[in-house]
Design a protein around this ligand. Sequence first.
Ligand code: P1T
Length: 381
Amino acid sequence: MPDAFETRAIHVGQEPDSSTGAIVPPISLATTFAQRGVGDHAGYEYARSGNPTRASLEACLASLEGARHGFAFASGLAAEDALLRRLRPGDDVIMGNDAYGGTFRLIARVHEPAGVSWSAVDLTDLDALDAEWRDETRIVWIETPTNPLLTVVDIEAIAGVAHARDAIVVVDNTFATPYLQQPLALGADAVVHSTTKYLGGHSDVVGGFVALNDESIADEIGFLQNAVGAVPSPFDCYLVLRGVKTLALRMERHCENAHVIAQMLQEHDAVDRVLYPGLPEHPGHDVAKRQMRDFGGMVSFTMHEGEDAALDVVALTRLFTLAESLGAVESLIEHPARMTHASAAGSPLEVDAALIRLSVGIEAADDLADDLRQALDYTLA
Ligand code: P1T
């Protein structure tokens, strides 16, 4: 029996240091490594190509995703870029019609000019996927739950369609984390993360990760990691490793608090729609129940009175800090149309201006509910 998730998060890749016994693997700052003779070394040559602290992180996160291979990057977008750089001019990507604005920007403004075509479809609708499919489609890019609408996509169903047509499935597992959702076990070919979010967990490091099983794709990603060089620093790797030790505990509390907040929002007169996969009436609730352990810490909602009311609320909370990003211990609030998803304006991924997104932290749930309630009440006064 392999060790449980919580145990692997603390121990995999993190044996006490063999020379000193240090319980925490040292942050290995060396840029180069002595060789006994040409090519005769302890596994490390130059720190862009490989670094012991990064190797610890890669072993740990690969284990948590149930993957044979893991690659750490300098940001979530750098990790995504490595997967997209495998494409050649003429290849096609199908992505969901809701996703992080930066992912859309990377595909539409960096890879499209390099000759890659793309389309955005509602991935909860397999007929829509079928209608968009082209002979050149190589990747179906899934985010689930999506950013910022919390749409739930059935990973197993999409993998079935893609594999029958020789395309691969990439899942951005940033919102769910490997604690709540294991895309590779559901048939995905690659998992991508912004480790900036729940994996780091403390709003103090930017990073990315790719996890996969296929040997030949792993060779390509390893090549690109070194050849392009968008690698994380040893200190950044240490911070993510430190974060994942408490991932399971933090996710439990994020989920618990998000439930409380989603319910409170549903009962508030200023709120129109609450988007949270944990609510039984959410259209993706049943799929989420099947493919996730719990429903996550992200909650979005729309205001009855539109954008002005939304802008008031995000300015009026005290504990929910108005800021981009998500997934850390402190609660954040933001206005996706003007902030994280501004780059999707005018595209199929454009976001409703009445929408507010919450990253529900691990503070006391009652304090968080009180804080939001006073801001919402103000808009009714
Ligand atoms: O910021 P970076 O580490 O490069 O990760 C990009 C990224 C990738 N995937 C998802 C699902 C994301 O949410 C992000 C980054 N998102 C934000 C900064 C945000 O506030 O939504």
